[in-house]
Design a protein around this ligand. Structure first.
Ligand code: SF4
Ligand code: SF4
Length: 339
């Protein structure tokens, strides 16, 4: 079932939904970007439809809700541990097609990667229903078509496309129809979310990365170009690494809280081991690990690619290092070796 309405009508839909749901969506934050006059589009809980950024690609990913950069998991005293509270209200999480595909990767790691499911991720994930933001065009650095994440035929309750200042929604979940059908002026129409079918950036991933490439000098340039800031990991919708911090309160050193905080395989300290060792000391080695994890190792284990081709890592890198370029370099070098 599809509906087309003006922005005021959509604001009514969101206002009605907010009575039952918490809504997390991309929001444009003024001056929050790289420089003070540059905006950033990040995820936040919204209070009205006007806050939702439907046109720009978000700098950060929906994992901002599912795996927050810092999350208190438990509180402890000397002899007691208490799990942190969680707001159990259902959540609507807005995202583009590549973002919805990224949730399969997060679920894989947090829920289906060994005998135990991560309960802190699971309680968030269970609360989530997705809303698809259609893509009327490809954005800078996107290569979702090469990664097969450019379209989404299910996995969302309704879609939102802003076309000529009108909202077009395909309502897939029947229980959401009431929010649209009661809006004055909403026209019932056939609506399909927009998907891109071509990106300027294309990648080819080799079936097998030969051992010679793993050990080659291809990675050396990143030892000097990369400044190991970790931004590429923090914006990536499919990066899942984290570390733990126990924080002891200053007014009672025997009580505190355990926090899960985001980690990055590109930054110093990630591979530190006892005795002062470090498995990947050079930035080029870290780049090799990251790239091969995304386009080879994850697939060997789970049968599909980890990267969804959102291009956010390219958008954010202060050194203009392009992940898609690296994939194509690895592909060309692999072919040479195999020829
Ligand atoms: S964002 Fe760029 S410079 Fe920073 S760690 Fe990633 S590749 Fe290196
Ligand atoms: S590696 Fe880069 S392009 Fe791939 S999913 Fe992560 S941020 Fe997006």
């Amino acid at each position: 079932m599809g509906y087309v309405m003006d922005r005021a009508g959509f604001a009514e839909v969101i206002a009605a939904l907010l009575k039952d749901y918490r809504i997390f969506a991309p929001v444009r934050k003024k001056g929050a970007g790289r420089f003070t006059d540059v905006d950033a589009v990040i995820y936040d809980e919204i209070r009205d439809a006007g806050e939702i950024e439907l046109e720009l690609k978000s700098d950060y990913a929906p994992k901002e809700f599912l795996t927050p950069l810092s999350e208190t998991l438990l509180y402890f005293t000397e002899d007691e541990v208490k799990e942190s509270d969680f707001d159990e209200r259902p959540v609507l999480l807005f995202g583009r097609s590549c973002d919805l595909h990224s949730l399969r990767r997060l679920d894989q790691i947090y829920l289906n990667n060994g005998p135990a499911r991560d309960p802190f991720y699971e309680r968030r994930r269970k609360a989530v229903r997705c809303v698809l933001i259609g893509c009327g065009h490809s954005y800078d650095n996107c290569f979702c078509v090469s990664m097969g994440s450019n379209r989404c035929d299910d996995g969302y309750v309704f879609s939102v496309d802003l076309i000529d200042d009108r909202i077009h929604s395909n309502v897939l979940d029947g229980s959401f129809i009431k929010f649209f059908s009661e809006v004055p002026g909403a026209e019932e129409k056939d609506v399909l979310p927009r998907f891109v079918t071509e990106n300027d950036v294309k990648v080819e991933i080799p079936e097998e990365v030969p051992r010679e490439i793993v050990r080659s000098g291809l990675w050396d340039e990143y030892t000097s170009r990369c400044i190991n800031c970790g931004r590429c990991n923090f914006v990536c919708p499919t990066c899942t690494c984290y570390t733990m911090q126990d924080v002891f309160y200053s007014d009672n050193g025997r009580a505190g809280e355990r926090r899960r905080v985001g980690a990055s395989c590109m930054v110093d300290g990630y591979t530190d081991v006892a005795g002062g060792g470090q498995y990947r000391r050079k930035n080029g080695e870290r780049m090799r690990f990251k790239v091969l994890h995304k386009i080879s190792d994850f697939k060997k284990r789970f049968g599909y690619q980890m990267c969804v081709g959102c291009g956010r890592c390219d958008d954010i890198c202060p050194e203009y290092i392009s992940f898609s370029n690296i994939i194509n370099k690895v592909n060309a070098a692999s072919r040479e070796v195999q020829a």
